[in-house]
Ligand binder design. Structure first.
Ligand code: SF4
Ligand code: SF4
Length: 73
């Protein structure tokens, strides 16, 4: 059995402009970068929501939906 927690909820979308805020804030260092840009390491991510809430461009989706600044509390 795999002991790692696998979380497939969060995705970085094409509107990302690589401002790096999400990478800086992620407490699990789960936002990584390769030649195609940023991506979320599903084994490290604990669904804390910080990246989803902080992204100024609504470029992180959670369960297929992006946050919009107008609907944030
Ligand atoms: S905070 Fe948003 S725009 Fe900035 S790097 Fe992360 S996903 Fe991209
Ligand atoms: S939800 Fe939290 S742990 Fe997961 S990638 Fe975003 S900031 Fe990191």
């Amino acid at each position: 059995m795999n002991e790692n927690f696998f979380n497939d909820q969060f995705k970085i979308t094409a509107s990302c402009i690589n401002c790096d805020l999400c990478q800086i804030i992620c407490p699990e260092s789960a936002i990584l970068e390769d030649k195609n840009g940023l991506f979320i390491d599903d084994y490290r991510c604990t669904s804390c929501d910080l990246c989803y809430l902080i992204c100024p461009y609504d470029s992180i989706s959670r369960e297929g939906k992006t946050s919009t600044k107008s609907s944030k509390k």
